[in-house]
Design a protein around this ligand. Structure first.
Ligand SMILES: *Cc1c(COP(=O)(O)O)cnc(C)c1O
Length: 422
């Protein structure tokens, strides 16, 4: 019998992978807490919480207990015409913690579908009101997912380049800095006179796929304020930033202006099963509420509001609000700051940034996003027993909330030795 890595090559096609240059997948056999274990018994600290999902640790016993009980009760049902306790309860619990203007929740399957639904809500909102608004605004380096609407509003890159001709109509603006905000607002002012902008989609404060770029909250507030004056719907993509990552419940909680629509996924279900959510204000919901059937939102996925996913989300929400988790979020932010003081003056470190449990540094070296030097860094981390995925010359950490100080120190040590290596 061949090992898993060899068997994998025969039929499996992996995401974000050029198989010719990267043929070998590491076979993992187990995960527990913040640790990943491979087939050979090597262990790795999951320094990015498996793409920011498993924030309460892998195979969290509390979440498993709740979901296994739900599994024996009600597994999956159609969500048009039917409803169930886990979905209703989740709506009640989430409304308590979401920004105050949010009233309705629309369920889907993942982060891309959550943003896709947000985009469709914004476009159909104006359509239902009889206004012809067909352009979306987005940030230049944003990332909103891999389906067509989501791809269209993402920044141009290797991810979406081949499909550019098929995009929905989008206009991209730079992220705000203290220096460019005046220009951005001036350009937007001219642009908005045309009155055909339906919505603006943005990752509030932190752009994950752009390598954890953090932008100016004041500038973002000013942009949102201007857009609201022109009835442009604002769509906060909190798929990455949601559920405590930035030190607040949602990144939008750091801002004065509240979004009309919020997209959620990733940590929503704590990494156990996929689910997406698009939440919105009563005003948006009312634009679809009508005696005319066709004014409804005719979007639906087979697994909408899957009871197991809703149960995982409820358990995760409970954990997030415990004193232990809240305290450790503060601890992680403090450890990052101490590490930052040590490292930010290293000659090879060009700049560093931090918000909540998110920490990133750029090396003072030109590197391709998926090039050889980046791979060398990745393998160095794995050799040290740490799973991090550098993006070009950016090294970032986004650890599970349950990580210990000792485990965090192991990650910091691995980063320091990686910097020596390049
Ligand atoms: C990951 C991500 C998405 C896409 O989510 P998927 O579940 O991978 O489809 C969208 N927006 C942001 C900000 C993300 O980080």
């Amino acid at each position: 019998m061949q090992n898993l890595t060899e068997r994998d090559k025969k039929h499996v096609w992996h995401p974000l992978t050029q198989h010719k240059t990267h043929p070998n997948m590491l076979a993992l056999s187990k995960a527990e807490g913040v640790m990943l274990f491979d087939e050979k018994g090597n262990e790795y600290i999951d320094g990015i919480a498996s793409w920011y999902t498993c924030m309460y640790g892998h195979c969290n016993p509390y979440i498993l207990k709740k979901v296994s009980a739900q599994m024996q009760q009600l597994d999956q049902v159609v969500f048009s015409g039917f409803t169930h306790e886990p979905a209703v309860k989740l709506s009640e619990e989430l409304i308590k913690v979401l920004p105050k203007n949010q009233e309705k929740l629309f369920f889907s399957d993942n982060g891309s579908t959550a943003t896709e639904v947000g985009i469709k809500m914004a476009l159909q909102y104006h359509f239902n009101k009889g206004e012809k608004r067909n352009v979306l605004l987005a940030f230049e380096e944003g990332f909103h997912g891999d389906t067509f609407g989501a791809m269209s509003v993402s920044g141009l890159s290797v991810y979406n380049g081949p499909f550019e001709e098929h995009f929905i109509q989008v206009e991209r603006i730079p992220v705000p800095t203290k220096d460019n905000i005046g220009d951005i607002l001036a350009q937007l002012n001219c642009r908005l006179e045309k009155e055909n902008v339906a919505g603006f989609i943005y990752e509030p404060l932190v752009q994950g796929a752009a390598a954890m770029k953090i932008h100016d909250g004041k500038g973002l507030n000013q942009i949102l304020e201007l857009l609201k004056k022109h009835d442009v719907l604002t769509i906060a993509d909190e798929v990455m930033t949601g559920f405590g990552k930035t030190g607040r419940f949602f990144a939008s909680d750091h801002l004065d202006l509240k979004p009309d629509i919020i997209c959620l996924s990733k940590a929503l279900t704590a990494g156990l099963v996929p689910m997406g959510l698009t939440t919105c204000t009563e005003e948006i919901y009312q634009a679809f509420y009508s005696d005319e059937t066709a004014k409804g939102l005719f979007h639906g996925h087979t697994y909408t509001a899957n009871p197991l996913a809703c149960t995982a989300a409820l358990a995760a929400l409970e954990l997030l609000q415990t004193k232990e988790i809240q305290e450790n979020i503060t601890n992680i932010a403090n450890w990052h700051q101490q590490f930052d003081e040590e490292i930010r003056n290293y000659p090879k470190v060009a700049n560093t940034r931090q918000l909540g449990v998110i920490y990133a540094l750029d090396l003072d070296i030109k590197m391709e996003r998926y090039g050889n030097l980046r791979d060398k860094l990745f393998h160095h981390f794995m050799d040290q027993g740490v799973f991090l995925r550098p993006l070009g010359n950016t090294i970032y950490i986004l650890p599970p909330y349950v990580i210990s100080k000792r485990q965090m120190e192991k990650i910091y040590e691995a980063i320091k030795s990686a910097i020596e290596l390049v």
